[in-house]
Design a protein around this ligand. Structure first.
Ligand SMILES: [Zn+2]
Length: 141
């Protein structure tokens, strides 16, 4: 049974997607402010189109939405349309693992940050990125 019309659902999903993007922008601005600037956004040439890629430091950063990627702390399964959400979210999680594995096998560092981590502790999220960069040899100017 599907109670949402297609139109309603696409409206819901576009809302959730734009919220994900806003959190990415929050992180990007904070990184820029800390001098971590040499990144590209969603590069098609990198497997899985990471949210941020520091090509020079071989670091791929993903900001994972707590709903879409089934965060262990925040995720609550929707009570309706289980047949729709269940497999869709399961596929996302599976793809996340696959993408990370492929990137790591080809020499990338992969950092995944939950949406809620940025919301609750932006400084901590920024530090997680700059720590990875520092390990790769980056120095803040
Ligand atoms: Zn979460």
């Amino acid at each position: 049974m599907d109670k949402l019309s297609r139109q309603e659902r696409s409206r819901n999903m576009s809302h959730i997607r734009s919220a994900d993007t806003a959190i990415e922008v929050t992180l990007r601005r904070a990184l820029w402010g800390r001098g971590a600037r040499g990144y590209r956004v969603h590069p098609k040439s990198v497997h899985g189109k990471p949210d941020l890629v520091f090509t020079r430091w071989r670091l791929a950063v993903f900001v994972d939405g707590c709903f879409w990627h089934s965060c262990p702390e925040c995720f609550v399964a929707p009570s309706s349309n289980q047949d729709y959400w269940g497999p869709k979210i399961a596929r996302n999680v599976e793809r996340d693992g696959e993408v990370s594995a492929v990137l790591e096998e080809s020499g990338w560092r992969v950092l995944r940050i939950w949406e809620h981590e940025i919301e609750r502790d932006l400084e901590g999220a920024v530090r997680a990125v700059t720590d990875c960069l520092t390990e790769a040899g980056w120095r803040r100017d």
